[in-house]
Design a protein around this ligand. Structure first.
Ligand code: AVJ
Length: 324
């Protein structure tokens, strides 16, 4: 039998509920209205994201996998970690490539997956356990934006933030997040492995966020379903149209939901009524795209020294490794 994976919960239902409420209150009172993308990922949302990663238009997951297939060994040699901590690990589909490289290097002792979705964490650990006998597996439910200090300290650590998850942060949040990771690691010589999607033709970028099957549209609308379920809201989910827009100045993709008619939405548990006029757009995600030198600069500003940078053969996606 595979051992039942240990889950360490740093997110009480209460904590999650409170931060959802705070985000909803701030975001839906703002103009323009916004919601943070982390609330896409309930069970259905995590499943929809998994389907997105297999879509022909959504290249980032495959491109990052290629980078790992080609260069994981070099990454492991440059930073032979005992503990791999993956932030926003989700289904951990690409993780075996890194784990195998660190295993071959002879340094690997434990893997810690960190995510806000406990269903994704459990599924991932159940897949990893039989493939890596003898590896100590930990699953941690935590919000890595605010709970970095709670992560395990054992052994020489590599923190991995893959999938261009960092692209969801605004530039100022990105800067403070990177210096927080660097402060966390600074004391005992750890490293950060950062996955970033790269700037490319707007057509390729927009297609990746507006697929012909409409899976991304369904994923985008899922945040409204989460508000209906968690906060008793009455969003008419299908009355919102999916949009993916390339912002050339900011170099990011924005996902928005556009109200197709005027609507009044009631959030009883928060004592809020939210008015949408016809055509009003709610921003649900930014997905920043990066340049190789920009990533190096941001990591160095946060106090890291960059040890290496690798891309897929088509230069669509980069992994950057830096010592704290
Ligand atoms: C998981 C945040 C990296 O920004 O590409 C996929 C999420 N949104 N399709 C991304 C996403 C729409 C994804 N990240």
């Amino acid at each position: 039998f595979a051992a039942r994976p240990a889950i360490i919960h740093h997110l009480s239902p209460d904590h999650l509920g409170r931060s959802l409420r705070a985000d909803v209150r701030t975001g839906l009172s703002a103009s323009p209205k916004t919601l943070p993308p982390k609330w896409f990922y309930d069970k259905l949302g995590s499943e929809l994201f998994e389907r997105i990663t297999g879509l022909p238009e959504y290249y980032p997951t495959r491109a990052e996998r290629e980078v790992l297939e080609l260069h994981a060994a070099e990454i492991a040699t440059a930073c032979p970690a005992e503990t791999l901590i993956e932030l926003g690990s989700g289904s951990s589909r690409k993780t075996p490539l890194l784990l195998n490289a660190l295993k071959d290097e002879g340094s690997l002792r434990r893997y810690v997956g960190v995510d806000i979705s406990d269903s994704a964490l459990l599924d991932a650990q159940n897949e990893l356990a039989p493939a890596f006998p003898g590896l100590e597996l930990q699953a941690v439910t935590a919000d890595f934006e605010t709970q970095l200090h709670l992560l395990p300290r054992a052994g020489r650590r590599m923190v991995a933030l893959l999938g261009s998850t960092i692209g969801n942060f605004e530039p100022s949040t990105r800067a403070s997040f990177l210096s927080n990771v660097r402060d966390l690691l600074g004391k005992d010589g750890g490293s950060l492995l950062l996955g970033t999607d790269l700037v490319k033709s707007p057509h390729v970028l927009v297609s990746a966020y507006d697929d012909t099957e409409g899976i991304t549209a369904d994923f985008n609308r899922n945040v409204l379903r989460v508000l209906n379920t968690e906060l008793g809201a009455n969003f008419d989910v299908m009355a919102f149209e999916h949009m993916a827009v390339w912002m050339p100045r900011e170099e990011w993709i924005e996902m928005r939901l556009r109200a197709s008619r005027p609507m009044m939405v009631h959030l009883p548990e928060m004592d809020m009524n939210i008015q949408f006029h016809e055509g009003e757009e709610l921003r649900t995600e930014i997905s920043a795209k990066f340049r190789l030198d920009g990533v190096v600069e941001e990591m160095e500003t946060a106090g890291f020294s960059v040890a290496g940078q690798w891309t897929d053969p088509q230069n669509r996606f980069a992994l950057t490794l830096a010592a704290a």
